[in-house]
Design a protein around this ligand. Structure first.
Ligand SMILES: [Zn+2]
Length: 339
């Protein structure tokens, strides 16, 4: 298994990695876990063997945070694997590359869903997390909502989009990056009658986490190629079967290496690209905190486990940090950032 961890930037296709797992009981109360996250209590579970060598505390600034789909559900972006998630087969990179009809299907659904993605806003979980001076935020989400939340605080934590970002499109031929809004306009030009023909309600389509919608009549949708080289355009996100770019893995590793522990918020850790950071923390004898409303692949690795909703938990964490004077200042007087 260790060799898998070393190759962990590869996002494997796993049919149902959580099959047979049940939602675990919380290991401690949220208040006890938050004592650990604010440096008021030792960062190792006291349930361990008496020989546990060092029992030390980690301040707020010592935690690396890994976030997943559960972070963004309150922003109206559905969770792949949460309690209410519909079973769904994600697009693989192989399918995208080898089947023009699948590319047309992807872009048609993405074109319909994009206006709603553009309207999505950071929820209280993103906003309060942005105020916590953690050592860095590594996200598996591709919605840009951590960055949007960070705009309103001073001296924001570094953010790594592990799986890329939907607001960029890349040419697989020449590597040029395009703004997603430009691609949206081009797709609209090429498909002036599509919405009407397909009978779409484009005001509030059902939007999936990767920004597309359920839609079957896509055979006639015209895709757009790179205006420079005619190459295939792909959203600049990591598909299943794809690899996380090495520079991004290095940056995420650096954040985790410098941190005293890791906090997972709203991720089932179903893909190795996220789970590897938890395994690395365990290997380095650093504490692991998992806050996710459902089973995860890292449950047996966690020193502290909460099944609370992410936004509620982060709100409590921020209130405690505020009492200790450890919160970041906000720019202006944004009501949403009150804790
Ligand atoms: Zn190109």
């Amino acid at each position: 298994m260790e060799s898998d961890v070393e190759k962990g930037e590869f996002v494997a296709v796993i049919v149902d990695p959580l099959r047979g797992r049940v939602r675990p009981a919380p290991s401690h109360s949220d208040a006890e876990i938050i004592n650990v996250l604010t440096g008021l209590a030792p960062a190792r579970s006291t349930a361990g063997p008496p020989a546990t060598p060092t029992v030390s505390t980690v301040p707020v600034s010592g935690w690396a945070v890994l976030t997943g789909a559960g972070m963004s559900t309150d922003s109206g972006i559905p969770d792949y694997r949460g309690p209410d998630a519909e079973p769904r087969k994600p697009m693989t990179i192989q399918t995208f590359l080898s089947h023009p009809a699948q590319r047309a299907r992807y872009w048609a659904r993405s074109w319909v869903g994009w206006p709603r993605m553009l309207r999505s806003r950071p929820n209280p979980g993103h906003l309060t997390l942005a105020r916590l001076p953690v050592s860095g935020i590594i996200t598996q989400n591709v919605d840009g909502l951590h960055q949007a939340a960070a705009e309103v605080v001073d001296d924001a934590s570094p953010i790594v989009d592990l799986h890329g970002s939907l607001d960029r499109v890349i040419c697989l031929g020449c590597g040029t990056l395009f703004d997603r809004n430009w691609v949206q306009n081009r797709l609209t030009e090429e498909n002036p009658h599509f919405a009407k023909t397909a009978g779409l309600d484009t005001i509030d389509p059902e939007t999936a986490p990767d920004g597309d919608v359920e839609l079957e009549e896509t055979a006639h949708f015209r895709v757009v190629d790179c205006p420079r080289c005619g190459g295939i355009l792909k959203p600049d996100v990591v598909y299943f079967g794809d690899s996380v770019p090495a520079a991004r893995v290095e940056e995420a590793n650096r954040i985790c290496d410098e941190a005293g522990g890791i906090v997972v918020l709203g991720s089932s850790l179903a893909v190795l690209s996220g789970l590897r950071f938890v395994r690395a923390a365990v290997k380095a004898s650093k504490p692991v905190v998992i806050v996710t409303d459902g089973p995860t692949r890292g449950d047996e690795l966690a020193d502290f486990r909460s099944v609370s909703r992410v936004a509620d938990f982060v709100g409590q964490w921020a209130r405690r940090a505020a009492a200790a004077g450890a919160l970041r200042r906000i720019q202006g007087d944004d009501e949403r950032l009150r804790v």
